[in-house]
Design a protein around this ligand. Structure first.
Ligand SMILES: [Zn+2]
Length: 442
């Protein structure tokens, strides 16, 4: 996604002001960005799509802003010297109907309207439809959200509710603080008639589910499993990396679940059906809080590290909780691996169109399975825990993983992992000489 993300500055902080009106209805919005110039800047870009641009200021002075496709090109009144911290304010009328489509697991992304509000599913590069951003998976900044809602509606966003303040006309202003830096793709803002359901996870971790009123009872039994899921994942990956967690039940028919940071969105249907599938989804999005969120992607080609890990733990959990056998799932993925390499690229070789195809999920979980077969469970578990500890709160990529795995295992795993991750043909599975790969069909 070569046009997403911009150079010349580092964002220090975003503040989003949303004056919400009603579903699918334009509303006044303002984004305030505090950034530091990493070069002398006569102009700079933000990623911004749709919406109606009103005014742009830099350090309070009107700036020239030109839209070029999905780029917002800003020329400040005065050039910004290298090293200077500056403030950009973009006022616009937001269009909460904007969506885009992908022909992979993402399907629809952007604003996801609900009967009484919205949720957001911005992965991979939909943030630009919501606010002007420096939208790259490796780039993170803390976010303050100030969302004003009409009477009877609630707003939620990533992180902690800081303040709930009455406004004229019965409106309420909700202020949230993301607490941790967050990549634009992992932002969540949801508005609706919500019930907040508080509980606690391991060591008193605050868990707050956000549930459309009519769905509280129907989703309760699966939502109540979060504490167990947290304990199970902490056993493998160490302490949960953020200060709180929760499940946001999406009142939508779209089949999108997403690991929005500290508040995963899961569509209602996934929590009203079969338990095995519900738990797979819940564990998957929760595992992402460690891998994909806390450990961010260096670039989109590293997505296998995020989705592969999430699918690996999802399937490992399911194995002992009523689902398919882990080994059988991995064997099935092995059979199809040459076909997926052909259709979707090797695990670490996605294209823009094939990014969220099955290879990044089961196909990449299989790479981790192969690594576990190669080094043994004990060493593998140590690699995993070291990975999420060393890179906690940082971006990391494929090369970093290979280097770390090699160091922990005490052997150079480059010759082993390179063909698994980049090659055209699936290597033999260690310990399973009888496993066969199906021939590729064009
Ligand atoms: Zn995922």
């Amino acid at each position: 996604m070569p046009l997403d993300g911009n150079g010349g500055y580092t964002v220090r902080h975003y503040t989003l002001d949303f004056d919400w009106k009603a579903p699918r209805t334009p509303f006044d919005a303002r984004t305030t960005i505090s950034a530091t110039a990493t070069h002398a800047l006569s102009r700079f870009n933000l990623d911004f799509a749709g919406n109606t641009l009103r005014t742009v200021t830099v350090d309070g002075a009107p700036a020239t802003a030109v839209r070029d496709g999905d780029e917002l090109v800003i020329t400040p009144d005065q050039p910004i010297p290298h090293g200077r911290t500056f403030t950009v304010q973009v006022a616009y009328t937001a269009d909460p109907t904007q969506q885009r489509q992908r022909s992979d697991a993402i399907q629809t992304y952007g604003w996801v309207p609900t009967p009484d509000g919205t949720v957001l599913c911005l992965q991979p590069n939909g943030a630009k439809m919501v606010f002007p951003a420096n939208d790259h998976p490796s780039l993170r900044a803390p976010v303050t959200f100030r969302i004003t809602t009409p009477p009877g509606l609630s707003a939620v966003a990533n992180g902690r509710l800081v303040e709930r303040l009455g406004q004229p006309g019965g409106r309420v202003r909700w202020t949230y603080d993301s607490e941790n830096a967050i990549a634009a793709q992992l932002l969540q803002v949801a508005i609706g008639k919500f019930t907040f359901v508080d509980s606690t996870g391991p060591r008193g971790l605050p868990v707050r589910d956000v549930v459309p009123g009519g769905l509280v009872g129907g989703t309760e039994s699966y939502r109540a499993l979060t504490a167990e899921h947290l304990a199970w994942l902490e056993q493998r990956l160490g302490p949960y990396p953020f200060r709180r967690y929760g499940v946001l039940v999406g009142d939508t028919d779209l089949p999108v679940a997403l690991e929005t940071q500290s508040l995963s969105v899961v569509p209602r249907a996934n929590l009203l059906g079969d338990k095995v599938y519900a738990e797979r989804d819940l564990v998957h999005e929760l595992a992402h809080q460690w891998t994909g969120n806390s450990v961010a992607l260096r670039r989109w080609s590293d997505l296998w590290l995020s989705e592969g890990h999430a699918r690996f733990y999802e399937r490992l959990y399911s194995d002992t909780h009523g689902g398919d056998s882990f080994e059988a799932a991995m064997r099935a993925a092995y059979q199809q691996h040459d076909q997926w390499r052909h259709d979707d690229g090797a695990p670490a070789e996605p294209g823009e169109q094939t990014l969220f195809k099955r290879m990044r999920y089961d196909g990449s979980a299989l790479v981790l399975y192969a690594l576990r077969e190669k080094v043994g469970e004990k060493t593998f578990d140590k690699i995993e825990r070291t990975w999420v500890t060393k890179y906690r709160g940082r971006a990391a990529g494929t090369r970093d993983f290979i280097t770390l795995a090699s160091a922990v295992a005490g052997q150079d795993l480059t010759p082993f992992l390179t063909p698994w991750l980049h090659g055209q043909r699936t290597p033999p599975m260690p310990g399973h000489p009888d496993w066969q790969v199906d021939p590729v069909e064009d």
